[in-house]
Design a binder for this molecule. Structure first.
Ligand code: NOJ
Ligand code: CA
Length: 566
């Protein structure tokens, strides 16, 4: 049955162990601390954790520079602690996905050290070398402004090596059969220790052809099927969630026509256009992005997100759209990054205005896909722009108004806890918000609970319902003879909208009644079958179509599998 696919209707929460909770007082979060917070996460209602890199690493890119794929960085604990953690999560019904960073290693990885030292070592071919400086060495940087080139000279090897990211992250030669076998081995290892899958880092670069003569890298999509097959042989319900900021016309290459490649991908297209819609109160490009990313195999799912640990990349917007988002959410140079994005957290971008935060989160929970929450956003945490690059949005979780926000007993956490000002831990913390029914935290808990009772979003098919107002988005989901409908007003002013639910035939009658799931104002259609509502500034509505007897009407089978493709 298709609804066995847990990831299609999950609530994902992303965190890094180093900034969540420090149990042993050394200023760095650890697995023991994270384990103690599992009850908090369980109470929030999330169903899966995406754990950022925690393997042995010199930490020059927050762990995205791995020096041993088979070990836990001692700063975070031991392998034993890790297994205790996955076990404790499983006991609470929470699945764990971990980052799989195999496009590159750290330059301190023993493979790279060996490769540099000995041209005859088998590891030499595990990386990408050139005797001469390649002509395109100064192109294709992922971190423009910080990263100078994609090829660097290694004195010891007396050759140039390729690095798509920072110079301390040499690219693995991912076309090499031995490297591929090693990637599978790494996956198999962590699967055995209790994880349910991987957030695969930098997928387009993993599958791209690499080398000094490669002018235009080409994607080898077949590799994706190999990863999936291996994983499913080992553990049937394990998944890969791909980080691939690609254009919609290649989405199906990543998912596979038969749903035989990636289970999930982050929807960067919707993410960027959503921020444009929030900035401009214009949903038209967002609707286009929703439609463009609609085709996908029935077994595949989008990962929906607002902010993540990187910059908000606006590279796929038009210049005009991008400038509008910059002006609204990141007008100062220090808020921007890599000439294409904004490095702030969500709450400061939205001026800490709870109406707008709720609007953004209501969208996250009702746009097509599985929502991915960034730790701290559930309490509206801020950023620290004095920290370099993306570190500004990676500060420790703010648990209470005790010293260091209750994150650590140490006086010197590795990254400073945000203190003072509107986003300081003194005001913004989980403990205070627990006591206030209307806090962001309690709102988030309630909305997650409701989202779980609206499986139509995860399983169903969506239609954007036309209104004449670009500031208002109306969407309906259909699944198993049930329908839900969501209305979002992106404008700072109240709007009046008129629409019909759009059900026909035997079901047309149900469309006359909309039952509000979050408040008392329900809607009845007029004689012509149209609903007219006034929706307040930044307002949102979650409706059940036809009444609360929906579960009595739900059918037990899905529409045919292929109905959702194309
Ligand atoms: C994408 C990750 O999200 C980012 O944080 C990292 O720097 C690069 N990949 C390189 O691994
Ligand atoms: Ca610690």
């Amino acid at each position: 049955m298709i609804n066995d696919l847990w990831y299609k209707n999950a609530i994902l929460y992303c965190l890094s162990v180093g900034t969540y909770m420090d149990a042993n007082g050394d200023g760095i979060g650890d697995f023991t601390g994270l384990m103690r917070r599992l009850d908090y996460l369980h109470g929030l209602g999330i169903t899966a954790i995406w754990l950022m890199p925690f393997q042995v690493s010199p930490q020059r890119d927050d762990g995205y520079d791995v020096a041993d794929y088979y070990g836990v960085d001692p700063r975070y604990g031991t392998l034993g602690d890790f297994v205790e953690f996955t076990h404790a999560a499983e006991q609470r019904g929470i699945r764990v996905l971990i980052d799989l960073v195999v496009n590159h290693t750290s330059n301190e990885h023993p493979w790279f050290k060996e490769a540099r030292r000995d041209p005859h070592s088998k590891y030499r071919d595990w990386y990408v070398w050139s005797k001469k400086k390649p002509a395109n060495a100064n192109t294709g940087m992922v971190f423009p402004g910080v990263q100078k080139s994609t090829w660097s000279y290694d004195e010891q090897a007396k050759a140039w090596y390729f690095h798509r990211f920072y110079e301390f992250q040499p690219d693995l030669n991912t076309s090499h059969p031995e490297v591929q076998a090693e990637i599978l081995k790494i996956m198999g290892f962590w699967i055995q220790l209790g994880v349910s899958g991987f957030r695969m880092d930098a997928v387009p670069f993993i599958i791209a052809t690499k080398g000094p003569d490669v002018r235009k890298p080409e994607e080898q999509y077949d590799m994706l099927r190999m990863f999936r097959e291996f994983l499913q042989w080992r553990q049937g319900d394990a998944i890969v969630l791909a980080e691939a900021n690609v254009l919609p016309d290649t989405d199906m290459e990543y998912f596979g026509d038969d749903g035989d490649r990636m289970h999930m991908m982050f929807n960067f297209q919707v993410n960027q256009h959503l921020f444009y819609a929030l900035a401009a109160a214009d949903t038209r490009p967002l609707v286009k992005a929703l439609k463009a990313t609609k085709p996908r195999p029935a077994t595949a799912q989008w990962g929906l997100f607002l902010r993540n640990h990187d910059e908000l990349d606006l590279g796929r917007l038009t210049e005009e759209e991008r400038q509008i988002v910059f002006a609204a959410f990141g007008p100062k140079k220090e808020m921007q990054l890599y000439d294409r994005g904004i490095r702030r957290r969500l709450a400061p971008m939205l001026d800490g205005d709870q109406r707008r935060l709720e609007l953004a989160y209501s969208l996250l929970f009702t746009l097509p896909g599985t929502p991915v929450i960034r730790y701290g956003d559930e309490i509206g945490m801020g950023d620290d722009l004095s920290l370099p690059e993306r570190n500004c949005a990676r500060t420790p979780m703010q648990w209470s108004n005790e010293p260091q926000g209750g994150f650590t007993k140490s006086e010197k956490p590795r990254l400073p806890v945000i203190s003072g000002g509107p986003y300081g831990y003194e005001h913004i913390n989980a403990a205070i918000q627990r006591r206030h029914p209307e806090s962001m935290l309690n709102w988030t808990e309630r909305i997650i609970r409701m989202r779980k009772e609206v499986p139509e979003v995860g399983w169903g098919d969506f239609t954007v319902i036309p209104t004449r107002d670009p500031a208002v988005l109306v969407m309906r989901y259909d699944w198993r003879n049930n329908w839900v409908l969501f209305v979002h007003n992106f404008d700072a002013k109240p709007r009046e909208v008129t629409f019909s639910v759009g059900l026909d035939g035997d079901n047309a009658g149900y469309g006359k009644q909309l039952v509000n799931l979050l408040a008392e104002d329900h809607s009845r259609a007029d004689d012509s079958g149209k609903h007219r509502l006034i929706i307040e500034a930044y307002g949102y509505r979650w409706y059940r179509v036809g009444g609360l007897d929906y579960l009595l009407r739900r059918t037990e089978v899905d529409a045919p599998l292929h109905a959702k493709t194309g």
